[in-house]
Design a protein around this ligand. Structure first.
Ligand code: KIV
Ligand code: ZN
Length: 517
């Protein structure tokens, strides 16, 4: 393939990202995320690992049926059963890819696979041939490529191209490489490999040393024309190369890289927020591109400079990534069309049903609050349209608290389960939030051990919306929950219940998987 000046963005939020502890999503959530990635203009969406579970298979298939503007990819080990599962899952896609991999480094050969060099090459060739029964778009990864001997890596890659792989991925599986080293490796591969012109070379970097984005960009300098990345940098261990960072680096420093992507960058912030809400993992304030502080200028010197000329301290415009700057939005007289329009500017395309429920919540908020800022609206959309899911919902909540030594803070909570059952509990504790959590645990039967509970305001003023985040660990999983409300205690209750809903939904999923086996 002749080297173009366009870099393909292969987003693995829904595979490498989703497989990391604390980031699992339901099939419906994965579809919502895939739609956001398609809207962003991602070239390839790695939607999952079809052979991992029937749930993963179904999620990939549903995404393949729905998404039209991105290629849908499923991961498969170089094993016939994995590859056939991937082939079936991507069958409905307008454009489908199978991504098959086998480890090539000495450590993996000896201790994990217990296979010889020849056996691995043979397995790779056979795997690619089976992939080709389903699609011409086949990606091959040499897992732990960075720690593989160069001459052997060359041999494997040449065999893979000959067998019909059209994308060759060189993963830094353990996040071990450096920019200079990976650039040099890509220069070597793209010039020395026989048949290199028949494939696109791809980088897949992990962030164990905090170098994933720098390494991916260096790989591009060395000749890679596909970057594998995940939104908010999620992924195994320290995560993957962050999609938003690599895109904005290529975009902002076009003068240096001389390369383009197909990405509509204005959708970045909305997609990042959506992921944070769906998985319950808030984006750190200081996160590059999508953190709350990424475009905030607090110090006097910076504010002075920015007022005189934004470019003194800003290398990107907030609106380029979908962060809105004209902050004051809607009031209680604003209608549905204005709401939909504003939401779309913030990067949220809502269906009619979503618009309806957000509109009702917006009217309530606008009644209680004089000015509805973008951040309020965003919290509302994420809560109403995509964030909150059952089975439990809050019917009513009342707390009493104060400094009276003779009375403890008390909470009365009523919850309804989607099966119609409604339950009430009254609890006392040292603080009102604690009392609410106890009442919710009492009703749902989940005595959770809280790891952290944080609340922050999403906009300005005394009547700002509060966003609460709860983190909980159980024997099997880490869970994060999120809730937003003008009432801080209610925001905390929603976040706590969000965790319980996630636990219950997971249990239902596990039961259905067990029933199918
Ligand atoms: O990190 C890795 O090596 C992977 C491969 C499956 C591509 O995720
Ligand atoms: Zn990986």
């Amino acid at each position: 393939m002749t080297k173009t000046n366009q870099v393909k963005i292969f987003d693995t939020t829904l595979r490498d990202g989703e497989q990391a502890p604390g980031f699992s999503m339901t099939s419906g959530q994965k579809l919502a995320m895939a739609e956001a990635l398609e809207g962003l203009g991602v070239d390839i969406i790695e939607a999952g690992f079809a052979a991992a579970s029937p749930g993963d298979f179904e999620a990939i298939k549903t995404i393949a049926e729905t998404i039209k503007d991105s290629t849908i990819c499923s991961l498969a080990r170089c094993m016939e059963s994995d590859i056939r599962a991937s082939g079936e899952a991507i069958k409905p896609a307008k454009s489908g890819r199978i991504h098959t991999f086998i480890a090539t480094s000495p450590l993996h050969r000896e201790f994990k696979l217990k296979m010889s060099k020849d056996e691995i090459v043979a397995r790779a060739i056979r795997g690619i041939e089976i992939c080709r029964e389903y699609t011409d778009d086949v990606e091959f990864s040499a897992e732990d490529a960075i720690r593989t001997e160069r001459d052997y890596l060359k041999r494997v890659v040449e065999a893979a191209i000959k067998a019909g792989a059209t994308t060759i991925n060189i993963p830094d599986t353990v996040g071990y490489t450096t920019p200079e080293e990976i650039q040099n490796l890509f220069e070597f591969l793209t010039t020395e490999i026989e048949g290199a012109d028949k494939a696109i070379f791809s980088a897949h970097c992990h962030d164990d040393l905090g170098l994933a984005v720098a390494n991916s960009l260096a790989a591009v300098r060395g000749g890679a024309r596909q970057v594998e990345c995940a939104l908010n940098g999620i992924g195994e261990r320290a995560g993957n190369c962050a999609t938003e960072e690599v895109i904005m680096a290529l975009n902002t420093r076009k003068d240096f890289f001389g390369l383009t992507t197909r990405i509509k960058t204005e959708g970045i912030y909305g997609a990042s927020k959506l992921l944070a809400t769906l998985t319950g993992n808030p984006v750190p304030r200081n996160k590059a591109i999508v953190g709350k502080n990424a475009f905030a200028h607090e110090s006097g010197i910076h504010q002075h400079g920015v007022l005189a000329n934004r470019e003194t301290y800003e290398i990107m415009k907030p609106e380029d990534v979908g962060v809105s700057t004209d902050n004051l939005v809607l009031g209680k007289h604003s209608g549905r069309a204005a709401l939909k329009n504003r939401a779309s500017k913030l990067g949220f395309e809502m269906s009619d049903n979503q618009l309806q429920s957000v509109f009702v919540a917006f009217k309530e908020l606008a009644d209680a609050k004089k000015e509805v800022f973008d951040a309020d609206l965003e919290a509302l959309i994420l809560g109403e349209a995509v964030g909150t899911q059952g089975p439990w919902s809050i019917d009513s909540l009342y707390v009493s608290a104060g400094s009276d030594d003779n009375r403890s803070p008390q909470a009365t909570v009523q919850l309804t389960h989607e099966n119609g059952e409604s339950k009430k509990a009254v609890s006392e504790a040292a603080g009102p939030v604690n009392a609410v959590f106890l009442a919710i645990s009492d009703i749902t039967g989940h005595p959770l051990h809280l790891e952290s509970f944080t609340v922050q305001s999403v906009s300005e003023g005394k009547d700002a919306m509060a966003e609460a985040a709860v983190r909980v660990s159980t024997e099997f999983e880490n869970y994060q929950g999120r809730g937003a409300s003008m009432d801080t205690v209610l925001a905390g209750a929603k976040a706590y219940l969000d965790v319980i809903n996630r636990i219950e939904r997971r249990a239902v999923r596990q039961a259905s998987i067990a029933a199918q086996h």
